[in-house]
Design a protein around this ligand. Structure first.
Ligand code: HEC
Ligand code: HEC
Ligand code: HEC
Ligand code: HEC
Length: 155
């Protein structure tokens, strides 16, 4: 008995697989970036590309060297752990050249709500308000000092 008398269809299937694998290898060679896998499962060139981006944040230590008065107020209040640029945005350019680049002051109606608007996804301990009811249409900084916001804390 000839075991392989019906082998022709197997050869065809094998052919299809071979074609598939060849196409896969061609596409892979074409699409996978050159530096992929050099250090790990990612594109090694991305490290130099990201490192070459301009630095836009100055970091709070830099702000505090010039704005020691703000630091004094802030570190005693409830916003001690919130960094300058979390509220003022990236200010690297201002820190380098404060006399010609002056940051715009944040709009508290937008800024404060970003962190404090009540939302069921937030942890229970985090102080939150429904700003429409809570602020009666007034800007938040009518009553709260942004750098030391707890009512009753020394300003
Ligand atoms: C080298 C000193 C210096 C550094 C560093 C610096 N500032 Fe300033 N900043 C100033 C000076 C000086 C002014 C006042 C400019 C003016 O009034 O013309 C100012 C003004 C400001 C104002 C606007 C005040 C207003 O009345 O409009 C804000 C907000 C501010 N800085 C935030 C920051 C933040 C945030 C950082 C850190 C990323 C920072 N500054 C880093 C010197 C500095
Ligand atoms: C919780 C948000 C928040 C943080 C954190 C914060 N600021 Fe402010 N800052 C504000 C707001 C809002 C104003 C505008 C106040 C106003 O319009 O009366 C302001 C105003 C200022 C001003 C203008 C003068 C003044 O005192 O009102 C300076 C300068 C300033 N911030 C610097 C800083 C520096 C430096 C830090 C970090 C040490 C910092 N801020 C951290 C929200 C913040
Ligand atoms: C980047 C997020 C962030 C922004 C923006 C922000 N806050 Fe806060 N706020 C915090 C954190 C964090 C705390 C401290 C929570 C804690 O430890 O209990 C806090 C605490 C407070 C408290 C103290 C609550 C109490 O115990 O009385 C008040 C009031 C407050 N913020 C008001 C404001 C106001 C007004 C603004 C706008 C000028 C503002 N916050 C902007 C993060 C933020
Ligand atoms: C008319 C004055 C006034 C205005 C305007 C105001 N607040 Fe308040 N806020 C208060 C007082 C008073 C308290 C403390 C009493 C309390 O906990 O209700 C407070 C408390 C808070 C607390 C702490 C709540 C808690 O659970 O501990 C947060 C957060 C807060 N305010 C955020 C804001 C934000 C954000 C705005 C702007 C949308 C704002 N406030 C505008 C008067 C004001």
């Amino acid at each position: 008995m000839n075991r392989f008398k019906d082998a022709e269809h197997l050869v065809r299937v094998a052919g299809v697989f071979l074609l598939g694998i060849t196409l896969f290898l061609c596409f892979r060679a074409w699409f996978v970036p050159k530096s992929f896998g050099q250090y790990g499962h990612y594109r090694a060139d991305s490290i130099t590309e990201i490192a070459a981006l301009p630095v836009i944040h100055a970091g709070h230590e830099t702000c505090e060297t010039c704005h020691a008065d703000v630091l004094e107020i802030k570190k005693a209040g409830k916003h001690a752990g919130v960094n300058c640029e979390a509220c003022h945005g990236p200010q690297g350019k201002h820190a380098e050249d404060p006399s010609s680049i002056k940051p715009a002051l944040p709009d508290t109606a937008v800024l404060c709500a970003r962190c404090h608007e009540a939302n069921t996804a937030k942890p229970k301990w985090f102080p939150a308000v429904v700003s429409a009811e809570h602020s009666q249409g007034l800007p938040c900084n009518t009553c709260h000092t942004p750098h030391s916001p707890h009512i009753g804390d020394k300003k």
